[in-house]
Design a protein around this ligand. Sequence first.
Ligand code: NAI
Ligand code: MG
Length: 505
Amino acid sequence: MQSQQIETPRADEVRGYSMLVGGEWVEARSGETLESVNPYTGKVWATAPAAGDEDVDRAVRAAREAFDEGPWGKMTGTERARLMRRLAELIAENAENLAVVESTDNGKLLREMSQQARAMPEWYYYFAGATDKIQGETIPSDKPNFFVYTRHEPIGVVGAIVPWNSPLLLLTWKLAPALAAGCTFVAKPAEQTSASTLEFAKLFEEAGFPPGVFNVVTGYGPTAGSALVRHPGVDKVGFTGSTETGKRVMKDAADHLAKVTLELGGKSPNIVFEDADLEAAANGVVSGIFAATGQTCMAGSRLVVQEGVHDDLVAALSEKAKSIKLGNPLEMESEMGPVAFKEQLEKVQGYIRIGQEEGAELAFGGKRPDAEELRDGFFIEPTILTGVDNRMKVAQEEIFGPVLSVIPAKSEEEVIRQANATPFGLAAGVWTKDIQRAHRVAHALRAGTVWINAYRTVSFNTPFGGYKSSGIGRENGLESLREYTQVKAVWVELSGKTRDPFMLG
Ligand code: NAI
Ligand code: MG
């Protein structure tokens, strides 16, 4: 198969996708499909199979067979790495196409999706480099007649459930370490955004992996997603999505004791102290909440700001919000695209209303824009709510949209207390020029990632994950390999003598 050409989806075309199961492109057994809506045009642009229990079972069996009996299970790490590097090359060659498909599916800016797709190969290169370093230890035995060592073996079949906000990057955070460890994989993308994962699956095939190593089932969460999590043939579930669904996933996985990693929601604070570089801080706050239309798990959705700079900062933010160019996500000059789908837009609008009912003030935005060319899309203005009390719903619940809640605070202690007072703990930004304060506050925050004078940067080599209700386990970095391996201890008797069989040795 040839690498694909870049094709911008035509307005009058509806693409029909199939799923990849055991190296074959298949439809759902029921023949049912689901529709993917382009959030800029509001129109259906693609369809994918709506998998049921039977389809999921077939995919898990294919992954199981590839793990237990196929050539994949016998490959050395060095051989797996070669395939992973080939995949990385194909992603690089096709990055633009993958990005266009993702933007069309979820309305995120092509500007950002292109950058994500171009960065993705680095994950596969990094983890390819780790395949021959997943090593055990020899343990100096306390028994003179034993030689003891450990092996870090692949956990087996991984079921991965991915949300709609960054489908391929969040898939990659699971797939790259899983392949490095030697696992096989069944991916279930979000029902709103199946297309990019199926485009990616073509590249996976082209890279030359044995059939069944990577399978994709598309379908709805409560049916296909749930069937995957509950399948006894799945040894590990990697999930990114809402905290509510994450809890359901963990309970379902517990029934067959599958290991889980959960990357869940957040209500991350961007903290601005009086001594901060205000221009840099304002820019960081914008990137935290308005980039990606606020639809990121790590969104800096609460601004905890010291009173002395509150008014200046809010004025600077309103100025910046006013200049943000809403537009077609496929156009490079657009700065904010639509919300990904209609229900999500309604949820965001609902919170803007709730915030005002709770007593917050609308300092900027809050409405659907009225420009003609934005009418069909699920657009909402960048929105700033001031006078927010940290106990309000808009300070405690994940909105997942471009809505900033501004919370004033006085002392450093109060700032830390407010910042930590939510059920979440995914990330935080700290803006200050005082190096001692920066580290002091970073250590006091209950969050898996803290950025100092920065926001929203991630890397393949740096662990990412949540404290508290933001998740369990870590993705990225060598740390994440632990999530896809299990440890076996091997005891070798050296003397050849027998011993008392009725005692623990
Ligand atoms: P969701 O958590 O329900 O969906 C995420 C994924 O889980 C999708 O692939 C979905 O099909 C699957 N899923 C749903 N129910 C399932 C089940 N019972 N068993 C297995 N898989 C299941 O999130 P949804 O409904 O798309 O969005 C709702 C809210 O969740 C958003 O408004 C946002 O607040 C939050 N969210 C947070 C994300 C994050 O990265 N932190 C990502 C997506 C959504
Ligand atoms: Mg849902």
